[in-house]
Every structure is written in C-alpha cells, then in structure tokens.
Write a protein that binds this ligand. Structure first.
Ligand SMILES: Cc1ncc(C[n+]2csc(CCOP(=O)(O)OP(=O)(O)O)c2C)c(N)n1
Ligand code: SF4
Length: 481
C-alpha cells in the first residue's frame, strides 16, 4: 500500500526571504527569543502581503527595538528609521511614492515613549499607512526597562518595586488614545496568547492591510505580545500572563472601523518625475542661471566632500549653501546638510556639502576631502576626520595653531581681516568661498556671482559679498602660483 502524500499545511510566506542573511551566520531561524510575539506577528503580516500580492510595492519601516532586523525577513522595500521616527519616515515614503503600501512596525518603547508625538501626528493627519504596534509592556531589546505600557505594579529593571502609578502615571492605552482622533480609519487591538486570539489577530492584521490596499487611510493595530526573556517567564507562562494581566487592562476590541462608510479613495497622485522637480520646488532653471561646469585645476579636487565649520554668526551655513547653489547651477549633483550647535549665536555650527558628477549616496560628510575651518575649535574638532592628503582652508585671522597632520594641503586665508577691510567682518565666509573656488577651480567666478543673487535675501548686501568673493578668488588663484 502506498503511503499518503501530504501537502505541507504550514508554509513560509512568499514575502519572507528564503534565508535570513544575517551577520551571525544563522540563516534559517529568526533572531527572536523562543516564545517572542514578534515572529508570529511577522508571519501574519507576510501572509497578508502574499494574499494581496503587494510585496513589490510594500515599504516596511523597521524601528529601533528587538524588531530592528525586520528587514532581514521581509522581501519588500525596507527602511530602518531612528528611534520612534517610523511614522515620519513612512509619511515621507508615502508622499513621495503614493502607490506604495507603507507599513510601520514599532514596539511600545519606540512608539509610546520616544515616538509618541510622531505617531499621534501621523494618525491625526490620517497618513496612508498601517502601523503595527507591538505592546510587550517593556523595553525588550535593552533588557526590560519600564515602558509607557508597563502595567501598574509590574516589576521591570527600572521599577524593581513595581510600577507606581502615583510616580509614573497610568499605562498608556495607545489604541484608545488614537481612536479619539478623527482621521484614523481602522484602530484595533489583538493579542498573541491563545489559538483563538492568534486567529483573531490575524484577521485584524489582514483588515488593516486591506485598508491600505484600498487606499483608505491610517490603520493601527496594537498587539499584546509576549517577551518571555524580558518578563523572566517561560513562553507558556507568558501567554497566561497576557491573558490574565494584560487583557483586563488592554481590552481586545475594534475601536474604530470606518471601512463600511461609503468611501471612494482619491486616485493617488503620480510621483513627480525628476525632470519636473525644479518646477515643483520653484527652483529657477532658466538659461541665464545655468553655467558650464568649471573644471578642477587638479583632478584630486573633483567631486569634493566638504565640511565647513565655525561659530554661529560666521555664516558657515550660508557659505555651504552658496557652494551647493553654485554646483547646482553648473549642472552638478549637490547636497547641503546643516548641523547646528545648541546656541545659534556664539555656538558652533557646521555643514556638510557634496558636489558631484555622480549620484550622492548620503548628504552626511564623515570624511571630508575639504575642510573650511573658520575658527580654532573647528580645526581642532574636524582635522582628524579629513581624508588623507585633503585640503584645509584656514581662516588664519582666528586660527593661530597649525594643523597637527603633515599630509594635509593647507591654504591660509586671513578671511576675517580681509572682510574687515572691506567694511564688514561678516563677509569672511564669502572670502573663503572665493578662495576655495579660485584655488581649486571647482567653481567659476561668474557662477558664484549669480548664486549669491539666488541665496542672499538682503539685496543691499549682494555688492559687498560679490567684492568679498572676488578678493578671495584672487587670493586663491595667486596661491596656486
Ligand atoms: C535615540 C535612542 N535612544 C535610546 C536607544 C536605546 N534603545 C534601543 S531599543 C530601545 C527600546 C526598545 O523597546 P521597544 O520599542 O518596546 O521594543 P522591543 O525591544 O520591546 O521590541 C531603546 C530605548 C536608541 N537606540 N536610540
Ligand atoms: S527580548 Fe523580548 S521582545 Fe526581544 S526578542 Fe526576546 S522575547 Fe522578543
């Protein structure tokens, strides 16, 4: 007699990767602890992705927390966001790619503590995204600290005597909180502790995903989930604990369901094609504002990554903006990223600028090929970051000490004194801009003049700045000999 052939009943969803390519080398199992709810919820989400056949347009925003590695499992678009910031990142993704299905996956530390404002604002705006909120009543990843959802009297590493409501407030019921807002379309809470609850949660997950497929708006599913490791329990005891302790405080319910209301989803807006960006962003790309790209006087100056640093009020951000504007006018790819110190005036400030003939991977410049240091602390702070044999422009009016490294190419510019002679010490930034352009050849003088017209709002200051650039440019050219 032939033995019966069984079709596998439990299968891995197609939208999971075949193997989980982690650094640890363990590729067949997840990194979650035994009994952890994250894996179960992942599977439900993946099954819904399969059922609706949306893997190719789904973007998962992974959080900071135990599920930070969600991108190792889901074969969809993945972005990893900073702690609590998934709803903001999701908003950006949704607006830039309106046809995508955006999914934010967050723990209680991530969503209800550091990210509380983010989630409330996104829900209130009715962003088109689904948020899966894993409530395990503690910070799992960092060792079980008290979270906003920790139950009254519950012992955690930071509440060894049990959570005291009089000190820490009552646990936040996030699903109820969000259901008070007008915009959300679907808000529900499920649990992962018994076959019945798991099966119900699967339906909630599916429904929330369907809300996205139909383009209806914001959906939120809170899931009571076990953290046996953080709770110091066996998996079966954890499920019992969810049942006995968590469910009474966090009742399972569907709090909002507006999916029955007559609803016609607006057609998603088409993403703006790249060649139309200047129109949308109102960037003037008319002919008189485009210039042939200047050629660097030495190939090593091509595609510079610049860090420009000084104290607040020295105009280092404007200097960076000017360089980026020039690069853009010469048809190059550019980025400009400001970084502010704690105080605006008198504090430190620096910015990161990329000017490139190729695509720019990140606006962050961690290893600059050019450092423009406007004061001594800036040189001291950033000298070690400069790439080998990089170029350093020193505002010698404010820097007396020389760089420690001997591999750097240094251009001295007494920028503040030169600017003082022109009648305004604050034009030192433009002297530096000119000096950089003249010395490297990376930007044409005419481009700078036009760029200043675009970035300087106080029109009466343009003439002074043009003069400052010219003086700096001449100095830079002369220094090349
Ligand atoms: C800005 C910032 N603050 C703090 C941390 C440390 N941190 C990492 S995970 C985490 C808590 C995560 O807890 P939760 O969101 O509940 O997720 P779980 O690990 O329980 O799944 C914290 C505080 C961090 N990575 N970044
Ligand atoms: S610590 Fe808790 S939340 Fe993190 S993987 Fe382990 S069981 Fe899951």
């Amino acid at each position: 007699m032939n033995s019966p052939v069984y079709e596998p009943f439990l299968q891995k969803p197609r939208s999971f990767y075949d193997t989980y390519e982690r650094k640890s080398g363990i590729k067949e199992v997840t990194h979650y602890c035994p009994g952890c709810g994250h894996g179960e919820l992942h599977k439900m989400i993946a099954e819904a992705i399969d059922e609706f056949e949306i893997a190719d347009r789904t973007v998962l925003i992974s959080p900071v927390g135990c599920s930070v590695f969600a991108y190792y499992y889901f074969d969809v678009g993945n972005v990893q966001a900073a702690h609590g910031r998934a709803p903001a990142v999701g908003t950006g993704v949704q607006r830039a790619r309106p046809h995508s299905i955006v999914m934010s996956y967050q723990g209680d530390g991530d969503l209800a503590a550091i990210g509380l404002n983010e989630i409330l604002q996104a829900a209130n705006r009715g962003e088109k995204m689904v948020v899966f909120f894993v409530n395990n009543a503690i910070y799992g990843m960092t060792g079980g600290q008290m979270a906003p959802t920790t139950l009254p009297g519950m012992t955690t590493t930071t509440s060894p005597g049990g959570r005291k409501v009089e000190d820490s407030g009552a646990p936040l019921r996030m699903a109820e909180l969000i259901s008070q807002l007008e915009a959300p379309v679907y808000v529900a809470r499920g649990a992962l502790c018994s076959a019945k609850d798991i099966s119900r949660t699967r339906r909630l997950v599916r429904k929330a995903m369907k809300v996205q497929v139909e383009g209806r708006g914001f959906a939120f599913v809170e899931v009571l989930s076990a953290c046996p490791t953080g709770w110091g329990m066996t998996p079966p005891d954890s499920y019992q604990w969810i049942h006995e302790k968590m469910k009474p405080y966090f009742p399972l319910d569907v709090f909002v369901d507006r999916t029955d209301e007559t609803f016609t989803a607006p057609a998603p807006k088409e993403p703006v094609p790249l060649e139309k960006y200047h129109e949308v962003m109102r960037i003037d790309s008319s002919d008189q504002l485009s210039f042939p790209p200047a050629q660097p006087l030495d190939p090593k100056y091509a595609n510079p990554r610049l860090k420009i640093a000084g104290f607040g009020g020295q105009g280092v951000l404007l200097l960076g903006l000017g360089l980026a504007q020039c690069g853009m006018m010469e048809g190059r790819r550019v980025s400009w990223l400001p970084s502010y110190g704690p105080e605006m005036r008198g504090g430190t400030a620096h910015c990161h600028v990329n000017i490139s003939d190729d695509e720019i991977g990140s606006p962050l410049v961690s290893q600059p090929t050019v450092l423009i240091a406007m004061n001594q602390p800036s040189l001291e702070k950033f000298e070690s970051q400069v790439a080998a044999r990089g170029l350093v422009l020193l505002n010698t009016s404010m820097i007396s000490k020389r760089p420690d490294r001997d591999d750097l190419e240094v251009l001295d510019v007494a920028a503040s004194e030169m600017a003082q002679k022109l009648g305004n010490p604050r034009a030192a930034n433009m002297i530096m801009l000119g000096a950089y352009a003249g010395y490297t050849g990376m930007i044409g003088e005419k481009t700078i003049e036009a760029a200043l017209g675009a970035i300087i709002k106080k029109r009466h200051l343009i003439e002074l700045n043009v003069k400052a650039v010219a003086e700096g440019f001449a100095l830079g050219r002369a220094a090349r000999g």
